[in-house]
Write a protein that binds this ligand. Sequence first.
Ligand code: SAM
Ligand code: SF4
Length: 327
Amino acid sequence: MAELADRFGRRFPYLRLSIIDACNFRCSYCLPEGYRAAGARPRWLELDEIARLLRAFARAGMRKVRITGGEPSLRRDLTDVLRIAATTPGVSTVAMTTNGSVLRRRLAEWHAAGLGALNVSVDSLDRARFHAITGRDGLDDILAAVDEATALGLRAVKLNAVLLRGVNDDELPAWLDWLRGRPVGLRFIELMQTGDNLDYFRRHHVRAEVLEARLQQAGWVLRPRAPDAGPAREYAHPDYAGRIGIIAPYSRDFCAGCNRLRVTSTGDLRLCLFGDAGISLRPLLQHDAQQDELFALLATQLGLKKAAHGLHQGDTGATPHLASVGG
Ligand code: SAM
Ligand code: SF4
């Protein structure tokens, strides 16, 4: 294995692979009008393309792959995708991010296929608020499925909550109650500005540091970062089974710890979530014989990865919303 690094010495053990850009939710910060394909429905990566892609990334040092979207569970062949990922030589963790809409029905099947880590997006523990944010009235079912996932023994079960001023920023006490007895990681994500959500961002963005200060006051302690960890700053507390992670993309050192690459549902490599363009890997995913060429392309592209995103300058790159690139 030839582990690749970029100009800044960053390695990339972590790939986020979007397998679909469509979604059945209408999260107010992501797809408030619901999913609409721009033009003809995109041709999402096929299973054999995904298998070749993952083999090449594993050769470049990728150890953990997260399947995301859009909503990955809308793909009928999701279980096959998970199985392919779990059986790719070199891959030790298959993770997925989902809105949880079919989690209860499909969890056992996904787990059997090799899913080891699960993130479920739950922005509020209040049923009416959850409905207002997502356009779906399914909170109770999703939370029950999260408990089932924990009981099933997945390596990691996490909840993602986007922090939204005036919408859910008063819910810390409810979250803490929920975490007390559950070995679940809760990740608070600072709202990111995308090409489509500028007004919403201005109204609802709240700095994650505000919440972090409240956690520290309540006795939560920052834990050291693991090498293949995501971007979260992780907090623990002796009285709680659960952990809290803070994802603050606007914080100073966010990019220095970047260990991830992204591939969109149609096979474009994104060096940064907020990078300008994606180069298409798809032409090199058509035959097994192209693996060396694909690997060489990855090596060249990594050399182009920038030191940091331009979000502070309001530069959101080519990202209209996170469903388009896989958040
Ligand atoms: N549909 C799946 C879900 O919602 O979990 C997977 C894709 S979604 C784009 C991945 C994560 O990105 C979700 O946790 C979502 O809350 C988060 N997200 C989407 N738009 C965001 C934004 N503008 N700022 C911060 N997080 C965002
Ligand atoms: Fe769909 Fe996830 Fe975006 Fe919500 S955050 S609209 S569930 S892709």
